[in-house]
Structures are given as structure tokens and as C-alpha cells.
Write a protein that binds this ligand. Structure first.
Ligand SMILES: NC(=O)C1=CN([C@@H]2O[C@H](COP(=O)(O)OP(=O)(O)OC[C@H]3O[C@@H](n4cnc5c(N)ncnc54)[C@H](OP(=O)(O)O)[C@@H]3O)[C@@H](O)[C@H]2O)[C@@H](O)CC1
Ligand SMILES: [K+]
Length: 505
């Protein structure tokens, strides 16, 4: 499980650890890891390489300047761009100069080419977007990166400057890195969109902070082995009723496909059986595709209600909520959700940004939801009393009474396709029938759903995924539970899901 902690938690842990260490030791640990990463990204050869260090006035700038100094000592040609010379990190700047590096003021600087650019403008002390001087520097770097030929690798120190560490919000210009090297713990802003799209490949440097991090993490990201452990296992005495029956109320004559997709993925969720309830024409379509489905009302261990049902004038949502079993409400069903929901059984809702905005009401818009996803998922939990899975590029799952939000690391923009949400609902609803909590069912389903898409993209890069393909590859337990190697992101293609080479925190 990867976890992420707030700036406050990091600051307290840092103070506790620093009290045990000689002055400057912690920063030098961070710098050592940073330099190792720079060397790797320079292809192992530093001598003669041109490195630009963009340094702000805090310790993030200090990290970058010390790294520049070490690279200069190994023969790199290092130029520091200082955003505020008078306030630059004095130790770092002195070290850089002593190692033969040059320093320029941002106002007088023009980019003359480099193999590597370090973003040391701000780290966890940053507030808001890049200020104009820093924005102008990175605009030059961006132009060089977009020009034909090989532009520099842009490596962010701790967090891409302009991204809010605590929540991934980006309220102004922000660095879009190829690589981010983060220290001590992951920060929520590295894992949640839109910030996550600025990170590139995420690398983690252990500086010994972990034992000092107190309180619950802000975020958890399941990893392959966590998902494996949370999946239902069929035992020798399993039968379909023991493994759980999931009831699906989905589709309509207008949207018959939603019924087929949600049922198909529910069948592959690990539940023992799927019961479908819907209009007779729609039921016939489902049965034609999946003869193993039970048709019509009956006992279930969970309900999925909402995908493609259209306007819920028949009280289908209310009827499901009245039963003594876990319920997942999605899509059209969300419009009929009487909230706050008061029931003693797990209730999972799975809105996308538009549905979330509608649930929250004025002045929320889908754009505002996308920009402030962490705050939104927590607000939805508070208002509805449900476990909430907020769909999107970095799907979040939050539950009442738990301060830790789960973020899904396997999402891909390729999942933004019609019917994809219906597949997710069937899968999560099926996991609910097997006895998983709403929190686990939602986060495991999101993981497998994303992993299925990645599987398809691996088979045929660039393919257009259709929801039916996802159903085909979704075999809970078989898909997406093998870790992938870290990949390098680029500015043009937003970050691959963060995967740290060495990481528990
Ligand atoms: N914690 C740890 O365990 C370790 C931490 N380490 C490192 O320390 C970093 C934290 O350093 P930090 O506390 O000095 O803050 P930092 O991020 O450099 O920013 C503060 C400065 O930025 C400025 N500023 C603010 N917003 C701005 C903006 N939008 N645009 C431009 N400027 C802006 C603000 O200026 P002001 O607002 O006063 O004008 C202030 O001067 C951390 O990320 C990591 O890299 C490692 O060395 C070791 C282990
Ligand atoms: K930075």
C-alpha cells in the first residue's frame, strides 16, 4: 500500500527526525537521492552534460542547488537560475559556486540549452501557481522541450512547483515534469489530478521519515498485492449462494446496453451469481448475451441500481435501499438518491464529475469538481452519508468516519468511454455481494477496471477501448494484480500512474 501524508504531518515528522540528526543531514540525504536520480536520467554519464537548476528561496531551492553542486563536481556544466538572489539558499548557492557552477538572475536569463533542468522553485512550502518570474523561466524551458530534437528532461524536486502538495490542486501556471523525485513520503498532490498529471514518473527517496509520520495518512493507493489480498477466494465448499448473488437493476429500452455491460462485469466480479431485474425486453437482451443470469426479483446479497435506467419514476432506488443488503447507486440512480442516506448497510455511490456537481448543487460545476477532487469526495461523504467513489482520471474512494481516502493508481484517460462506468458498477456491486466493504469493493473495482484498460492498451497501444472489451478482460484475480515497472512520463502524455521504484510510504 502506498500512502501519502499532508504537509503538516511531514513538517512534524521532519522536526522530530531533525532533532536526532546533525545539522543539514536530512537535506543531504534528500540531495543524495536526488543526484542519483539525475545521474540515471542523464544516462549514467555526467561529465560535460549541461544542467540548469531553477532555484526558489526555500529549502526546495536548497536541495536543487546542492544537487547542482554535486553534479558540477562530477564535471557537469551547471547554471543556477535564481528567482530571488538575495533570498536564495545560502549554503546551496555557496556550494554550487565553490564547485564551479554559475548563477544568474531569472530576470536576465535566457535558456541556452541543457540536457537536464531541475525544478527547485518550491516544494511543500509552495502556495498557489508559479509566480510570474518562475512562470517565465519555465515557459522558455517548455518551448525548448517542444522544439524538434531532444529537449531537456525536466525533473521536479519533491513536487512540481505550482501543484498543491496537500490536494493536487493547480490554481495557476505549474511545472509539468518528466520525473518527480519526492522525499520522505508521497504527498497527496502527487497522486490526485490535476496535480498528478504534472508529475511524470514518480520516484521516491527514503530519508528516514517514515517512523516519525504520525496520524492516519491522507491517501492510500492500493498496490497489486493489496488488491490480491482483498479479492474474494472461492473455497472448496463455495456455492453460488455462499459466494453471493448480486442483483442488477440497470438499463431501459432507451439504454439497453447499460444492462448488458453491468451484468457482464458483475458476472466476472467473483460473486456466485447475478440476478437481473428490468423491463422484459431488456431482460431478454441480457439473457441472450448471458444465459447464466437469474432473471426477476429475488434474494440477493447486494444491489446495483441505476446504470441506464433513465428517470427513476418507479422508486427503484428507494426499493433497493429499503432492503437489508449493501447497495451501489450509480448514474441515473443518483438523481433519485434521497440523501443523506440513513441505513445500517453499506451504501456506495459512484458519481462522475457531472453527477457529483449535481449532487452538490449550485455553484458546483463538473470543472470545479475536477479541479478540487479531494475536497469534493470528502464533501460528498459528509452530505450523503455514503461511501463515495468519485470517478475520473484519479478515482477517489472515501467513506464516513475514515480520514484516509483511497486513490486509484491504474486509471487511464482511455477509460473515458461510453459504458465504462456501467462496467465499474457491476464489478463493484459484485464485490459487495461477496462481503467486501463498500470502501474495499469500490477501490478494488476501480483498480481492476483500470488494470483491464491497461491490459488492452498493452496488447494494442493506442487502441480505442470500448466498454465491452473491458468486460472481456475482467476476470477478477487474473487481471491487473501484477506490478508494472516505472515508466518515464512526458510533457505531452500526462503522467503514467505513479509507481515508485522503492516505496512503502
Ligand atoms: N520536509 C522534509 O522532510 C524535507 C524537506 N526538504 C526540502 O524542503 C522543502 C520545503 O522547504 P521550505 O519549507 O523551505 O519551503 P519551499 O517549498 O522551498 O517553499 C518556500 C518558499 O517558496 C516561496 N513560495 C511559496 N509559494 C511560491 C510560489 N507559488 N512561487 C514562488 N515562490 C513561492 C516562499 O516565499 P515567500 O512566499 O516568502 O515569498 C518561500 O520562500 C521540501 O519540499 C523539500 O524539497 C528536504 O531538503 C529534506 C527533507
Ligand atoms: K519543486
Amino acid at each position: 500500500m502506498r500512502t501519502a501524508f499532508s504537509v503538516d504531518q511531514v513538517r512534524r515528522a521532519e522536526a522530530a527526525l531533525m532533532a536526532q540528526l546533525p545539522e543539514g543531514e536530512l537535506m543531504q540525504r534528500a540531495v543524495a537521492g536526488l543526484v542519483a536520480s539525475c545521474v540515471r536520467h542523464l544516462g549514467g554519464r555526467v561529465y560535460g552534460k549541461r544542467v540548469v537548476v531553477v532555484a526558489g528561496s526555500g529549502d526546495n531551492g536548497g536541495d536543487a542547488l546542492y544537487a547542482g553542486a554535486r553534479l558540477a563536481r562530477r564535471g557537469a556544466v551547471v547554471e543556477a537560475v535564481l528567482l530571488d538572489e538575495a533570498r536564495a539558499h545560502s549554503g546551496g548557492l555557496a556550494a554550487l559556486r565553490a564547485s564551479g557552477g554559475r548563477a544568474a538572475n531569472a530576470a536576465d536569463w535566457t535558456f541556452g540549452g541543457a540536457e537536464l533542468v531541475l525544478d527547485g522553485v518550491v516544494g511543500i512550502g509552495g502556495r498557489g501557481g508559479l509566480r510570474p518570474a518562475a512562470a517565465a523561466v519555465f515557459a522558455q524551458v517548455e518551448r525548448a522541450r517542444r522544439a524538434p530534437g531532444t529537449g531537456p528532461i525536466l525533473l521536479a524536486v519533491d513536487i512540481p512547483s505550482g501543484v498543491d502538495s496537500d490536494n493536487g490542486e493547480v490554481t495557476g501556471p505549474a511545472v509539468r515534469a518528466d520525473v518527480t523525485v519526492t522525499f520522505g513520503t508521497h504527498k497527496p498532490g502527487l497522486l490526485i489530478s490535476p496535480g498528478a498529471e504534472h508529475v511524470g514518473a514518480l520516484e521516491f527517496v527514503d530519508i528516514g521519515l517514515t517512523p516519525h509520520l504520525e496520524g492516519e495518512p491522507v491517501l492510500q493507493a492500493l498496490e497489486a498485492q493489496d488488491v490480491q489480498a482483498l479479492l474474494p477466494t472461492a473455497s472448496a465448499e463455495s456455492n453460488k449462494y455462499r459466494r453471493g448473488v448480486v442483483g442488477v437493476v440497470a438499463g431501459s429500452t432507451r439504454y439497453p446496453g447499460a444492462a448488458v455491460l453491468a451484468t457482464g462485469s458483475a458476472l466476472r466480479s467473483g460473486a456466485g451469481a447475478v440476478r437481473f431485474v428490468g423491463e422484459s425486453e431488456v431482460s431478454a437482451g441480457v439473457l441472450a448475451q448471458y444465459p447464466e443470469v437469474l432473471i426477476g426479483a429475488g434474494r440477493v446479497q447486494s444491489w446495483v441500481v441505476g446504470p441506464g435506467i433513465g428517470l427513476d419514476d418507479g422508486g427503484q432506488v428507494a426499493a433497493a435501499l429499503a432492503e437489508q443488503v449493501p447497495v451501489l447507486v450509480d448514474a441515473d440512480g443518483l438523481a433519485a438518491l434521497p440523501h443523506p442516506v440513513h441505513r445500517p448497510h453499506p451504501t456506495l455511490i459512484t458519481p462522475h464529475a457531472g453527477e457529483a456537481a449535481r449532487l452538490l448543487g449550485d455553484p458546483w460545476t463538473p470543472e470545479r469538481v475536477e479541479a478540487t477532487r479531494l475536497a469534493v469526495v470528502l464533501e460528498l461523504v459528509a452530505r450523503t452519508g455514503c461511501t463515495v467513489l468519485l470517478k475520473g482520471s484519479t478515482t477517489l474512494v472515501a467513506e464516513p468516519g475514515n480520514p484516509t481516502v483511497r486513490v486509484n493508481p491504474t486509471g487511464t484517460p482511455a477509460l473515458a468511454t461510453a459504458g465504462s462506468g456501467d462496467v465499474l458498477s457491476g464489478l463493484a456491486g459484485g464485490l459487495l455481494a461477496t462481503g467486501r466493504t463498500a470502501y474495499d469493493a469500490g477501490s478494488v473495482a476501480a483498480y481492476l477496471h483500470g488494470a483491464a484498460a491497461r491490459e488492452l492498451l498493452r496488447e494494442r497501444p493506442g487502441r480505442q477501448i470500448i466498454a465491452g472489451d473491458l468486460v472481456e478482460v475482467l476476470t477478477a484475480g487474473a487481471v491487473g494484480t501484477t506490478p508494472e515497472p516505472a515508466r518515464r512520463g512526458t510533457a505531452a502524455t500526462p503522467s503514467t500512474p505513479p509507481r515508485a521504484p522503492r516505496s512503502t510510504r
